[in-house]
Design a protein around this ligand. Structure first.
Ligand code: SIN
Length: 433
């Protein structure tokens, strides 16, 4: 079966939605979601979105991002991120986004390795509110259609030119033909036993890139979030306890109730300190102590975390939270330039699947939604200016339903092998090898 469009967007998180909204309204756009439209990591993001506070803060924001990333970042990408942060936050607000305010200004919060409070947020449900804001806008656009439950497993290419992708929808195999394709298919956490990510995110973009000889970068850089809720024998996604809880004053304690690390150091440092403490105390977790916060403050500022823990039998206004690190974010990905172009013509990548070089070896907290906004808009603008030069080619890939399913399994293994090799990840940390 065949579907024809100008632009194909694979993924419906912040990068997919925002690129769609920044594309010309004259273009026909098809968006694909692997499962339900809201099953993306964007929806789960709790902390917020980093932004330069003003012109004067840009230099320090760049420096904080570089320091957290161990200076392995692409400095130009980081400068673009800081330069374009304020205008993208304004654009989100134009779309209807509501951030928390205090005394008429943003209620900026703090997370690890930021020198100042510069994170805008909507309680602890920032990602959900971003998603809902963008989706509401997408639904108004007549030129955008969305297909859910569509598992994309290969690209349609002719030499080094992309002409769309192949996916399974409703037990049928579809060729989606496009002049430009945006991969915004998200992260890799579904490959890991312990991850804060949606389980459906199994590095699909990475495996398709490997199969089609598209350049990857920094695949050894995988981030472990210091504080996921510790739950024994958990098979599902790990529940995140946002870094902003520490930003608002929560303290990390070992099982002997001793403080062992500065909670606002970069994420990789805090995660390593927790792993070391767990080994030292022969424990599977440490604790996050919120006793410096009043009960009304906790309930108002962190309603999602409060309720999520309460549903699991833990009242965080009264009890310490058992936490342990879990896979959280992939800094590496499909190498892109500053317009999100991959090494394959007419193929763009944005959001977690891409590597703009912004994050270096360790992402600064709350820079992910911002990167998704800044670089997906850049992709859209570049496509708007160049798509007329592309002539579509009607190439079909011939997969039966059975061979397509085999391809989906193969992709998962290609991706898992890739991370095992790149990282020396222990086999038992991955779901599939
Ligand atoms: C968090 O709220 O701790 C996660 C935010 C992020 O990953 O940047």
């Amino acid at each position: 079966m065949d579907i024809y469009t100008d632009v194909l967007i694979i993924g419906t998180g912040v990068a997919g939605m925002y690129s769609a909204l920044n594309l010309s309204k004259n273009l026909n756009i098809v968006m694909l979601s692997k499962s339900s439209i809201d099953e993306c990591n964007t929806y789960l993001a709790q902390g917020g979105i980093s932004t330069a506070l003003n012109e004067a803060d840009k230099e320090l924001f760049v420096l904080d991002t570089l320091k957290a990333g161990h200076f392995k970042n692409n400095k130009k990408s980081v400068e673009i991120l800081a330069d374009e942060s304020i205008s993208n936050i304004s654009k989100l607000i134009d779309f209807g986004m509501k951030f928390d305010t205090k005394d008429g200004n943003f209620d900026y919060t703090r997370e690890g390795a930021h020198s100042v409070n510069r994170i805008v947020h909507s309680t602890d449900k920032t990602g959900k509110v971003v998603f809902e804001t963008l989706y509401a806008e997408v639904k108004k656009r007549k030129n955008i259609s969305i297909l859910e439950n569509t598992c994309v497993f290969d690209l349609i290419c002719d030499g080094n030119q992309c002409f769309g992708a192949v996916g399974i929808y409703n037990s049928n195999v579809y060729n989606f033909h496009s002049k430009a394709t945006v991969l915004a298919s998200g992260g890799i956490g579904g490959l890991f036993k312990n991850s804060t990510n949606q389980r459906t995110l199994t590095a699909d973009g990475i495996s398709m890139a490997i199969k089609n000889h598209i350049r990857l970068k920094d695949i050894q850089y995988i981030q472990f979030h210091p504080t996921s809720l510790y739950e024994k024998n958990k098979k599902d996604r790990r529940f995140l306890i946002s870094e902003s809880v520490r930003g608002e004053g929560a303290k990390l304690l070992n099982i002997r109730s001793e403080r062992f690390v500065n909670e606002l150091l970069p994420r990789d440092v805090v995660a390593a300190a927790i792993y070391a403490e767990e080994r030292k105390t022969n424990s599977s977790h440490v604790y996050l102590d919120l006793s410096s916060m009043s009960s009304p403050f906790i309930k108002n500022r962190f309603p999602g975390i409060y309720t999520g823990c309460l549903d699991r039998g833990l009242d965080i206004t009264k009890e310490k939270i058992p936490v342990t690190p879990a896979q959280h974010y992939f800094m590496g990905g499909i190498a892109v330039d500053h317009n999100s172009k991959t090494s394959m013509n007419s193929l763009y990548a944005a959001g977690e699947v891409s590597n703009t070089g912004v994050h270096g070896a360790n992402r600064l907290a709350s820079n992910s939604l911002l990167e998704g906004l800044v670089f997906s808009r850049r992709a859209a603008r570049y496509i708007n200016n160049t798509i007329l030069n592309v002539t579509a080619k009607d190439i079909k890939k011939d997969f039966s339903f059975e061979s397509a399913l085999r391809e989906v399994v193969k992709n998962k293994n290609i991706a898992a092998q890739n991370f095992k090799k790149a990282l020396g990840v222990k086999k038992d940390e991955l779901v599939t090898v």
